[in-house]
Design a protein around this ligand. Sequence first.
Ligand SMILES: *Cc1c(COP(=O)(O)O)cnc(C)c1O
Length: 454
Amino acid sequence: MSKTKKFLLPEAEIPTQWYNILADMPNKPKPILNPGTKQPLKPEDLYPIFAEELSRQELNMSDQWIDIPEEVRDKYMIYRPTPLVRAYNLEKALDTPAHIYFKNESVSPVGSHKLNSALAQAYYCKKQGITNITTETGAGQWGTALSFAAKIFGLELAVYMVKISYEQKPYRRSLMQAWGAQVIASPSMSTKAGRKIITEHPNYQGSLGTAISEAIELALQTSNCRYTLGSVLNHVSLHQTVIGLEAEKQMEMAGEYPDVIIGCFGGGSNFSGISFPFMRHTINEGRKTRYIAAEPASCPKLTRGVFQYDFGDEAGYTPLLPMFTLGHNFAPAHIHAGGLRYHGAGTIVSQLMLDKYMEAVDIPQIESFEAGILFAQTEGIMPAPESAHAIASAIREAKQAKEEGVKKTILFNLSGHGFVDMAAYDQFIAGDLTNYELSQESIDKTTGLLEKII
Ligand SMILES: *Cc1c(COP(=O)(O)O)cnc(C)c1O
């Protein structure tokens, strides 16, 4: 048999609440600290940076379920529920006994899962009377999603875009501009953080960490303005749980339950989104499921980083977060999965790693593109280079099932499509892409600079 089968939920089944895994975790993440005093932060301490409701969600350890505002759910209806697809053709190409399912978040109008949190963040800012928001974007997906969300909720948005992406991915910039956002290449001369880096390293191509510093600085210096972030933070993972909550019902429609759940990993939001709703059964009922975060071999914070307090940005404007990190000064290679080039992992995921609820794998760049092409050839969708890491990991699992001759149900999240990333596929097809070896010395160098707090 070779037919792709989709499992679609009726609109009424779009979740009405997000799942807050913090309430269920046996060991809560260590507190977020004020970098000056080293004291744990309270929600009020975050109000100058984030909308108040988002600050409260960030530190909410007690409510297992949090209502999705009607206005946000209403916008989710533009593209949710997203399809769950059984990838028969990929299974056939791999000649595997494994059943492979993917949750297709690429159908969102902006092309990725990022809109799930962008809509919520824009809504809470608007509701509080905020008029302007800032953010950073790496490959451009978060900036694109937030531009659309800001437009439909009536907010002004300034996006600091990592310089190399600004130059390599002009179409994401045009998308943001089409939706009305101001886009600035980072590092820029518009902030103190940007000027400092440009002065010290005139040819610096930018990084997410630098762009975050610039966006926070602008937010703090502009009245009625707040900063937003598309990954890493607890409230972002919370909003993304719509993915897994839908997938849980859809797997039920398919009559199966996943043995392995996979998401690619930048700061952890789409991985959290697909896995946390399932993980609640592992935590609360002891259900045996494996959860795999697929990160790029060139930016391996979960497998080769250290667990330490670190800043979320390069200049050190953010609170100190307890996380797996390569150090906030780590400059990842310029791989094409721009959304995965981030030095740290969110605090929830980091704690779940420590407690061995989940595992991580490193995928070399070439393997990710080979997986992306095979997926396109079998299932017809060009995956985002980021998502291709999840596909590569799913393929490894399916091949292993074949070797061992066992049936295994695999679910991965297709976090986005790659239509705006075709320049990268061009290079791959032309044979111009390479893998990046990352030496232990270079990891030791940036992790060695971290102040030892734990
Ligand atoms: C941003 C992005 C990622 C990585 O971010 P996470 O927060 O780790 O999910 C992965 N895939 C796509 C398509 C993205 O846009």
